[in-house]
Design a binder for this molecule. Structure first.
Ligand code: UTP
Length: 295
């Protein structure tokens, strides 16, 4: 039972200050890539890994996220009456993708605290955590061949361990990420045991160039560690602090995720995601290429 992974926690309760003023009233996780909200990519990624229940950790003003995965009978009836059945079917599919539950994080006390808020729903099961603002687009060949959450779930089941997705970053970027301490020099295709984590180290203090990115599978013991983790940097309960305890005891393995990734909280990556998706759509690709040539 403990090895069955069927729940995914997606924290979406942050203030999204980098996206202001847009994020003042609209959740960052609803930012669309053309016409598909960020959160839909993430929910579809976890469903592809066999997840049955999605748990949003939400906060005030984030109701749009749950409503998006609900059925909308009035809109459905309207579209069908107009003969727009294909569009109505598309919306109905989104409304029946999976079971969506939610729990409130009343104050934005950090990612670790957000994950802890999901404990009453997750209970004593291994579970997935996905950050609500990171997309691994399914149109990327590597992501399609080996979807990130699926890789983490399979590795966790094979090795009976917690897992974390990582990517190699340039040395001057280590101060923007949680960085791993590992015994090997390189992480190739095989998962590697993690010895510890360091939050946002300066390049000269970074123990490796492998950065934690927003995909994890945790043993439920992480809740005990989170509950005992004092507030750290910025008055927040850091997930990486509790992960370090996992490394020391139950074990944590890193999986190198090599596919394309967009952090949509970062304006450049957000614009890049829009352009990449537009270039994939025949009706947008030609006019966009022509427009870009004129710049
Ligand atoms: P970020 O740190 O990227 O998001 O957290 P943020 O705090 O909303 O954004 P900025 O830095 O102020 O612009 C990654 C994910 O974790 C969630 C966020 O909603 C985001 O999807 N999160 C973060 C929480 O749910 N609760 C928190 O206390 C912090």
């Amino acid at each position: 039972m403990k090895n069955l992974i069927r729940k995914a926690v997606i924290p979406v309760a942050g203030l999204g200050t980098r996206g202001l003023p847009f994020t003042k009233e609209i959740p960052k996780e609803m930012l669309p890539i053309i016409d598909i909200p960020t959160i839909q990519f993430i929910v579809e990624e976890v469903i592809a890994a066999g997840i049955e229940q999605v748990i949003f950790v939400t906060s005030r003003g984030k109701n749009a996220l749950q409503d998006y995965f609900d059925l909308s009978p009035a809109l459905d009836g309207f579209l069908r009456k107009k003969g727009k059945n294909e569009l109505a079917d598309k919306l109905q599919k989104i409304g029946t993708l999976c079971e969506v539950l939610s729990v409130r994080q009343k104050e934005p006390l950090g990612l670790g605290h957000a994950v802890l808020c999901a404990q009453p729903i997750v209970g004593d099961e291994k579970f997935v955590v996905c950050l609500g603002d990171e997309i691994f687009p399914p149109w990327d060949q590597l992501n399609r061949a080996r979807p990130p959450v699926k890789q983490l779930v399979e590795t966790s089941q094979e090795l009976n361990t917690s897992t974390v997705g990582v990517m190699e970053v340039p040395i001057n970027e280590t101060k923007s990420y949680g960085i791993l301490r590992i015994s090997e020099d390189k992480i190739t295709d095989a998962p590697v045991k993690v010895l510890g984590t360091v939050e946002k180290p300066e390049p000269e203090k970074a123990p490796s160039r492998y950065a934690i990115i927003g995909r994890y599978v945790f043993d439920p013991i992480i809740f005990d560690y989170l509950a005992r983790t004092p507030k750290g940097a910025g008055g927040e309960i850091q997930l990486t602090d509790a992960m370090t305890q996992l490394c020391d005891k139950e074990g944590l393995h890193a999986v190198n995720l090599k596919g394309c990734r967009y952090d949509i909280g970062n304006p450049f990556f957000y614009v890049k995601a829009q352009i990449d998706e537009a270039l994939r759509r025949p009706e947008l690709a030609r006019p966009l290429r022509e427009y870009l040539k004129t710049l």
